[in-house]
Write a protein that binds this ligand. Structure first.
Ligand code: SF4
Length: 466
């Protein structure tokens, strides 16, 4: 999402005639797009802003701005701590960026733009492109969950979903521009539609409708009455509809919450081969006590039931996760539960983070009893175990043939291309620039770290030049 915001800001400034430069001494405007999820990321921004103080003294006309989550977190404290900053742009005010720069420059005053409502931009405004074939599309923003370690609800505000009609029009527009792969983005992407449903009064008061409106609705409906009625305001229907847009060949999404991962979503993935086979579902911890302290609203057993069902319906699904190590009060036994959960669930990959207390969060009030060197040891132990599991899972794919979409020329050889299969695994094989954006089938022959090397089967009767 932050990458998307950076590209959006760049697109808005390019429309005003700005050009991007990597050379700081050539820049008229220097902007920091920031993330508050971890203290380490914030510290790096503080250091870089301090470093620019001398440059600002040398060139007072230089505009220095900060965008994103740290602006929501620190607001005008930035101006107090770093008087050489000219402007601050909150997460929902990106559209105001060009005017804010002009005001700060022309009126020689400090400018802050903060809004707690709306998306902050139109979907048509410079949707992010990765090459010609891949676009990221935010379908919702903010979060209504209250995970006790997470600052996102504070810095991004409450959850807002885009109307599905608007999203589908944008997807059609992008497909007409040559985009084949869409990644739907949201802080809690699979809770898409909740804010839209909340606005709509029940049509008939039916059980299905009332359940669909409730938190557990789709799960109960799907278990007892079949799939949710199509209404476009739920994530599974939206996914299916995006996949059906003419010209779209692949649909990915990130990031999901276990509480919103229901049967209807699993069925949508099973029924639509264009939907990516990578499912990222953060577990965070293997101990139910820690999960409750984190306010994740699920137990390990509930999480595992969902993963089992997903794997049963979609056997080729690749499941990845996030883990937080060293949450306040985590005991040796509780860490062991997380280790065992990773070992038993056998994720295809895991992002493993050390707990970092964030302001404005519930967990920041808990006593952090785990020594830092113990947290480091625990992280290393999990990383090493996950590396082995990932390698074992990948090795089991050697000799199989899979569908891939070519993304770019390989950095190591001009005679090879880099592609991603539907499980988002990297595959390198002989090819040329003409293959970029094409979908083809590749036999996986070799594994180097986490990248497969392969060949197109010859003759390649399944090759689809798309
Ligand atoms: S669901 Fe995700 S974004 Fe929302 S509070 Fe929890 S961790 Fe943060």
């Amino acid at each position: 999402m932050n990458d998307y915001d950076s590209d959006l800001a760049l697109g808005l400034l390019k429309k005003q005639g700005y050009e991007q430069t990597e050379d700081e001494s050539q820049a008229d405007v220097i902007l920091f797009n920031t993330c508050s999820v971890r203290q380490h990321a914030e510290d790096r921004v503080f250091n870089q802003i301090s470093y620019l103080k001398k440059e600002k003294e040398r060139r007072p006309e230089l505009m220095i701005g900060v965008m994103g989550c740290m602006v929501e977190n620190y607001k005008t404290q930035f101006f107090d701590d770093f008087p050489h900053i000219d402007l601050l742009i909150g997460t929902r005010s990106i559209r105001e960026l060009p005017q804010a720069i002009e005001r700060a420059r022309n009126e020689k005053q400090k400018v802050i733009e903060l809004s707690k409502s709306g998306f902050g931009y139109d979907l048509y405004e410079t949707p992010r492109r990765e090459g010609k074939f891949h676009a990221y599309l935010p379908i919702m923003t903010g979060c209504d969950k209250v995970c006790s370690f997470c600052i996102v609800p504070y810095v991004r505000g409450p959850e807002i979903s885009r109307p599905s009609k608007e999203i589908l029009e944008t997807v059609k527009y992008l497909a007409d521009q040559g985009v084949k792969h869409i990644t739907l983005l949201g802080q809690n992407v699979n809770s898409y539609g909740r804010s839209l449903r909340a606005k709509r009064p029940p049509k008939d008061g039916s059980v299905q409708h009332r359940l669909a409106e409730s938190n557990l609705g789709s799960e109960i409906v799907s278990a007892s009455l079949g799939m949710l009625p199509r209404n476009d305001d739920n994530f599974s229907d939206l996914l299916a509809n995006v996949a059906q847009v003419n010209g779209i060949e692949k649909v990915s999404f990130t990031t999901s919450h276990p509480q919103d991962a229901h049967e209807a979503l699993f069925q949508a993935i099973r029924q639509e081969p264009k939907i990516s086979r990578r499912f990222h579902l953060p577990l965070q911890a293997g101990s139910d006590r820690i999960l409750a302290l984190m306010r994740r609203d699920h137990t390990l057993a509930e999480f595992r039931t969902k993963i089992d069902r997903m794997r049963q319906l979609v056997p080729d699904i690749s499941v990845t996760t996030d883990i937080i190590v060293g949450f306040p009060g985590e005991t040796d036994e509780e860490f062991e539960m997380t280790r065992r959960a990773l070992e038993e669930i056998e994720f295809d990959g895991a992002f493993i983070f050390r707990y970092s207390p964030r302001p404005h969060t519930g967990a920041a009030r808990l006593e952090d009893t785990t020594p830092e060197d113990l947290k480091t040891k625990r992280v290393s132990a999990l990383l090493e175990m996950q590396r082995r599991i990932t390698q074992r899972n990948n090795q089991s794919l050697l000799g199989t043939t899979c569908q891939v979409m070519v993304t770019e020329i390989s950095k190591k050889s001009k005679e090879e291309v880099l592609a991603r299969n539907w499980q988002e695994k990297k595959v390198v094989f002989p090819g040329t620039a003409n293959d970029i954006g094409r979908i083809c089938y590749v036999k996986l022959n070799e594994l180097v770290d986490e990248t497969f090397r392969g060949v197109r089967p010859r003759p390649d009767p399944t090759f689809r030049e798309i």
